[in-house]
Design a protein around this ligand. Structure first.
Ligand SMILES: Nc1ncnc2c1ncn2[C@@H]1O[C@H](COP(=O)(O)OP(=O)(O)OP(=O)(O)O)[C@@H](O)[C@H]1O
Ligand SMILES: [Mg+2]
Ligand SMILES: [Zn+2]
Length: 378
C-alpha cells in the first residue's frame, strides 16, 4: 500500500477513535442534574480498621460515590460494615461484620443488598455469558422446535453441552480435551471427535435460519441480537430481550459461548450487572460496586453510567467506591474519606454534591476534581 494511503488510513482511524474524540473534547459525559433524596440508611459508630467512630448516611434511590485516597477507609466502611450488616439485616449471610454500633434510618425501604464484584461468574468452564443471563434455555427451545429436530425427536436438552444427549461425549461438550503431561503443564487439545464443535453431527445438522447451535454459540452478543431480530417470533423476541442487557453494559463483543473462566474481572462484573438489569423484578435493591471502572475505556464508562442510571430509575440504590472523575462528577452524593491513608485517615472529609465538593479545600478528591473538570457547570 502506498505510504500516503497508509498515512491517510491511520489518520482516519485515529480520528475515529474514542480516545481522540475524548481528548479533543468532542465526546463528553454531561454533568447530570442531581437527584434529590430524603430517605437514607445510616451507620452509627463505624470503627473498623482506621475508621474514627463515624456516623455516615447512605441515601436511598440515588447514586452515592465513596471517594478518598488509598487506605482512607472506603473498603472498611462499605465492604466490611455496610454490606455485611445490611446483608444480614435482609436475611442473607455474609462474613463477620466490622466494628460499628447500629443501623438507623429506612432499612425497610430496600429489600436486599448485592455486591457486584469482579470475581468470575461461574467456576465451571461450561458456564458462559448466555447461560448466566439465562438466554440459553430459550435458544435451545428454538432449536428443538425446528422441523428436523422434531422429526428426529430431539428435545431441547439435546442442544445443551451440560447434559448427555446431543453433546459430544468424547469431550463432554467442552470442544476440547485436557491431556495431563508429566513434568509439564497440562495440554489442551481440540476434541478429535467433534473438532471443537461440542455437539454430535446430527444435532449440528439442525439449523435455524442457516445456523447450527454451534454457529450461534460462536456469534457475538451484537451479532446474535441482529440474527434473532430478523424473525419476529415470540421465542426470538424473548431471546433478544435477554441478550439486550449485555449490549447495554458494553460487552456486546463477547461470544455467546465464551467460557466464563476467560472473562476479565471487569467483564465478569458487567455480565453480573447485565443479569440484574435484565431482571425487571429487581427493584428496591442496594447495589454496591468497588471500582467498577478499573480498566474501562472512557466510552465504556459512559455506557456503564447509563446502565447504573437504569438501575436507579427502576427504584434501586447504587453505591460505588471510585477514583474516576467521570463517575464522581456523575454522583448525586459523595462521601469523601480521609484526609490521608492509614491512621491519618478514617474521617469524613466531605459529604454532599460534587458542586460543593470542589470547594472543599481539605479534600484531595475535591481539588483533583476541580483541576480535572474545572468548575462543574451544566
Ligand atoms: N484486615 C486489616 N487489618 C489491619 N488493618 C487493615 C485491615 N484492612 C485494612 N486495614 C487498614 O485500614 C486502613 C483502611 O483500609 P481500606 O482497605 O478501608 O482503604 P481503602 O480506602 O479501601 O483503600 P484503597 O483505595 O487502596 O482500596 C488502611 O490503613 C489499611 O492498611
Ligand atoms: Mg479499598
Ligand atoms: Zn468433542
Amino acid at each position: 500500500m502506498p505510504l500516503k494511503i497508509i498515512a491517510m488510513d491511520f489518520k482516519n482511524n485515529i480520528y475515529n477513535s474514542y480516545t481522540l474524540k475524548y481528548l479533543l473534547g468532542e465526546e463528553q459525559i454531561p454533568v447530570p442534574a442531581r437527584r434529590k433524596w430524603n430517605n437514607y440508611i445510616e451507620i452509627i459508630g463505624a470503627r473498623e480498621n482506621n475508621l474514627k467512630n463515624l456516623n455516615v448516611r447512605f441515601p436511598l434511590n440515588v447514586m452515592t460515590v465513596v471517594t478518598g485516597v488509598s487506605g482512607s477507609g472506603k473498603s472498611s466502611l462499605v465492604g466490611k460494615i455496610l454490606y455485611p450488616a445490611l446483608k444480614k439485616y435482609y436475611g442473607g449471610s455474609a462474613e463477620q461484620t466490622g466494628k460499628f454500633d447500629t443501623l438507623k434510618g429506612s432499612m425497610h425501604l430496600a429489600h436486599d443488598i448485592e455486591f457486584v464484584d469482579q470475581n468470575p461468574i461461574g467456576r465451571s468452564t461450561r458456564s458462559n455469558p448466555v447461560t448466566y443471563i439465562k438466554a440459553f434455555d430459550e435458544i435451545r427451545q428454538l432449536f428443538a422446535g425446528q422441523q428436523l429436530a422434531k422429526q428426529m425427536n430431539f428435545p431441547a436438552s439435546f442442544f445443551s453441552f451440560n447434559t448427555p444427549g446431543g453433546r459430544c461425549e468424547e469431550c463432554q461438550g467442552e470442544g476440547a480435551v485436557t491431556v495431563e503431561m508429566q513434568f509439564m503443564a497440562d495440554l489442551t487439545l481440540e476434541c478429535e471427535s467433534c473438532h471443537g464443535k461440542r455437539f454430535k453431527t446430527d444435532v449440528l445438522e439442525v439449523q435455524y435460519n442457516g445456523a447450527s447451535i454451534y454457529d450461534v454459540l460462536e456469534m457475538t452478543v451484537n451479532q446474535a441480537i441482529e440474527f434473532f431480530s430478523t424473525t419476529k417470533g415470540t421465542i426470538e423476541k424473548r431471546i433478544v430481550k435477554r441478550l439486550q442487557p449485555l449490549q447495554d453494559v458494553g460487552v456486546g463483543y463477547l461470544k455467546l459461548g465464551q467460557s466464563s473462566s476467560t472473562l476479565s474481572g471487569g467483564e465478569s462484573q458487567r455480565v453480573k450487572l447485565a443479569s440484574f438489569l435484565g431482571n425487571e423484578k429487581q427493584n428496591s435493591t442496594i447495589f454496591v460496586f468497588d471500582e467498577p471502572t478499573t480498566g474501562l475505556h472512557f466510552h465504556d464508562i459512559k455506557t456503564l453510567l447509563v446502565a447504573l442510571n437504569a438501575l436507579i430509575y427502576r427504584g434501586n440504590t447504587v453505591i460505588i467506591i471510585e477514583h474516576n472523575p467521570e463517575i464522581i462528577k456523575s454522583a448525586d452524593h459523595v462521601i469523601d474519606l480521609g484526609p490521608e491513608g492509614g491512621d491519618q485517615g478514617g474521617e469524613i472529609v466531605f459529604e454532599g454534591t460534587p458542586e460543593k465538593l470542589i470547594n472543599c479545600k481539605r479534600s484531595y478528591t475535591g481539588q483533583f476534581l476541580k483541576a480535572k473538570l474545572g468548575t462543574i457547570s451544566r
